[in-house]
Design a protein around this ligand. Structure first.
Ligand code: ACM
Length: 665
């Protein structure tokens, strides 16, 4: 229905801003009369400074319309029968990356505050261009600018490796949604993926592991050699491709932990003086003990690697990881213990801080800024570090870092880790073991609801929140199809929270526009997931539900009386006598009541063994309506029943599932 409405609205003249299938939602949209037809005659007239943008955009239009638009520089004054203009206007009162787009039956004019703004305007135009039928753009007037300067997406190519073509395709989708940062997680315990000329063994040895856990059994080994890496030529190609699409690639070389693959190649840079030292490229997921040693020899290695990384990646920021570095090896290494005494480091956290501060100095010498995961706070932050806040909801690390004067990027595990399920786990796994994820539940609505600015910051402090980023850790993404399945369509929700004004946020509106955007994914054969909208926590008729019982996951008590047989209340503990679930009806009830408890065998039965159904007209005196037998009860509600309760009369070890309370007048 919603799809039909959007299609209909686009055909008619009465198109409203809410009907336009744009994600992220622009700051201001006014719709006009009529539309602009993109035909074989349509050309692009561009400001000379936008030659690159015009070239890429022209190829994209050709792919969608079948016609290569003639592209002419503005000053050439060549007449075009129908034109899309790409202009620059630095005087626009917009943030960097902002633009205006005016489409009328006569033509389209995109004006960028800067080249990135003009590029972003072309992204809007691509989204306005219908995928099917006539290629007409509705008359609109758009003024748009980003909310945040860091609109990022991360991808782990260490756990699984993905070819250059996939990376380029991904960059196109990031650009499609006006994202501007691709965080390329290039090194891991399970594989080193970037060629470093000075240390060839990093890829000869470090890019290959002997085994990986198969889907469906994370604590086992498939015994298959696995690996791959990007040559420096390939990296240059990807960096140039991203630059032409206004995407900055922030490379990550994760240290001092998550370094087992590098240490397997060059054991001397690890804590080689501890007993039982035998590094290898790891074939299991999780956190592993191998850390770089804080020795001068290891720092020279890091400096050399970063020199080559900086030569390949022009980004202002270099990500040095810093996450999940176990301190055990340092604490048992005689060499590190000696250093700790000499330099005055009390514990492993101090060693971590010493390490990160040394690396910060190296990057400063190369004219770059250090960014790391929030564990770089351990033992004290390096003076000019930027913190990527990931643990839990990221708020504590963010607030503490900002109050200490640091910039942060919000990338919280609890909201923006796209390795969690976006549909119910059980039905996903029923489709096959390849649908396995690391766990957790993060439907698209949960991503959309996230606001990146933690509460408790002053307006000045809020400026330190550079932006927001989604994460794709790939332990459970063995191939590109699975990466797409996990990324799409959550990436659209991420793009909107990163770009659109907070006061315009509206999930219903977003879901309507998402239907239009998903057609682009489908046309490109992206293996997206079908968005799953969890049932709302509400009763069927506005009645209220209270309970003495604990709630398992998101199986809310209201689901016992919501008129939907597929939802249910699930208790998370054993039952005691007099535990209850009580419905206070919005309107007094009478008639027949039936209650069913218990789930499937996989839910352990979880029936109510001993209990009664009781009714009350005043909330204090109760009359028994029925007793439970075989997990079910049914009886007649007295006229004027205001409250109905299920009361436990016999303690039970099993938890309880209440499927539905049904009242028939
Ligand atoms: C992380 O998830 N280890 C940053």
């Amino acid at each position: 229905m919603r799809k039909a409405l959007v299609a209909l609205a686009l055909l008619s003249a009465s198109v409203t801003a809410a009907d336009l299938p744009l994600i992220p939602l622009p700051k201001e949209v006014k719709t006009g009369e009529g539309s602009f037809a993109v035909t074989a005659e349509t050309g692009i007239r561009f400001d000379a400074a936008l030659a690159n943008e015009a070239k890429v955009f022209s190829a994209e239009l050709k792919a969608r319309t079948g016609h290569e638009p003639k592209a002419v520089r503005e000053e050439l004054r060549i007449m075009l029968p129908s034109e899309i203009r790409l202009d620059l206007d630095s005087s626009l009162a917009l943030q960097p990356g902002g633009y205006t787009l005016e489409a009328s039956p006569k033509g389209v004019v995109i004006k960028g505050k800067d080249a990135t703004g003009a590029w972003n305007g072309t992204r809007t135009l691509l989204q306005l261009l219908p995928l099917e039928g006539g290629k007409s753009i509705p008359a609109v007037s758009i003024k748009d600018e980003p909310r945040f300067g860091w609109r990022g997406m991360h991808l782990d190519v260490g756990r699984h490796f993905f070819p250059v073509e996939n990376i380029k395709g991904f960059i196109d989708w990031l650009a499609f949604h006006k994202m501007n940062t691709f965080h390329w997680h290039l090194t891991e315990d399970q594989g080193w993926r970037i060629e470093i000329k000075k240390y060839p063994k990093l890829t000869e040895i470090g890019a290959w592991r002997d085994s990986s856990p198969p889907y469906g059994n994370r604590n086992s080994d498939d015994g298959k050699r696995y690996g791959g890496f990007y040559t420096q030529e390939q990296i240059k190609e990807v960096v140039a491709y991203a630059k032409a699409r206004h995407i900055t690639i922030v490379p990550e070389i994760d240290m001092p932990g998550h370094m087992a693959a590098a240490i397997a190649a060059y054991p001397q840079f690890g804590n080689s003086d501890i007993p039982g030292y035998a590094p290898k490229v790891i074939g299991r997921w999780g956190v592993h003990p191998y850390t770089l040693a804080p020795t001068e020899e290891a720092f020279r290695f890091v400096d050399d690697v970063l020199t080559e990384v900086c030569a390949l990646f022009p980004s202002e920021y270099i990500h040095i990881g810093g996450d999940e570095a176990p301190k055990g090896q340092w604490e048992s290494s005689p060499r590190v213990k000696e250093l700790m005494k000499k330099v005055g480091l009390k514990n492993g956290h101090d060693v971590q801080s010493y390490f990160i501060k040394r690396v910060e100095k190296m990057l400063e010498k190369k004219g770059r800024k250090l960014i790391g995961w929030d564990e770089i706070r351990e033992g004290g932050l390096a003076p000019s570090a930027t913190v990527m806040c990931w643990q839990g909801d990221g708020v504590k690390a963010a607030v503490d870092s900002v109050r200490e004067g640091h910039d942060v990027v919000m990338a919280p595990n609890h909201r923006l880790y796209f390795d969690h399920y976006q549909r119910p786990e059980k039905s996903e796994l029923a489709k096959g073991p390849e649908f396995e994820t690391i766990g957790g539940f993060r439907p698209v609505s949960n991503v959309y609801d996230y606001d990146p600015v933690p509460t408790g910051l002053t307006p000045d402090q809020q400026k330190h929140v550079l932006g927001v980023q989604g994460q794709l850790w790939t332990e459970y993404m063995h191939d590109w199809k699975k990466v797409e399945y996990m990324a799409f369509p959550r990436i659209a929700a991420l793009a909107e929270i990163a770009w659109s004004p907070a006061d315009k946020k509206n999930y219903e509106g977003f879901r309507g526009r998402l239907d239009g955007i998903m057609k682009h994914y489908d046309a490109a054969k992206v293996n997206r997931a079908e968005p799953y909208d969890p049932p709302k926590r509400e009763t069927a008729d506005g009645s209220t539900v209270t309970t003495s019982l604990g709630i398992y996951q998101e199986h809310w008590p209201e689901f016992a009386y919501d008129g939907k047989p597929e939802t249910f209340f699930w208790v998370n503990r054993e039952l005691k006598e007099n535990d209850h679930l009580t419905v206070a009806f919005k309107e007094p009830k009478s008639g027949k009541v039936t209650v069913k408890t218990g789930g499937e065998a996989s839910q352990n039965g979880d029936k109510l063994d001993g209990g009664v159904l009781e009714a009350s007209a005043d909330g204090s005196t109760w009359k028994e309506v029925a007793a439970f037998e075989g997990g079910a009860a049914s009886g007649a509600l007295p006229t004027g029943t205001k409250q109905l309760r299920i009361r436990v009369t016999k303690p039970q070890k099993n938890w309880l599932i209440i499927h539905e309370i049904e009242v028939q007048p």
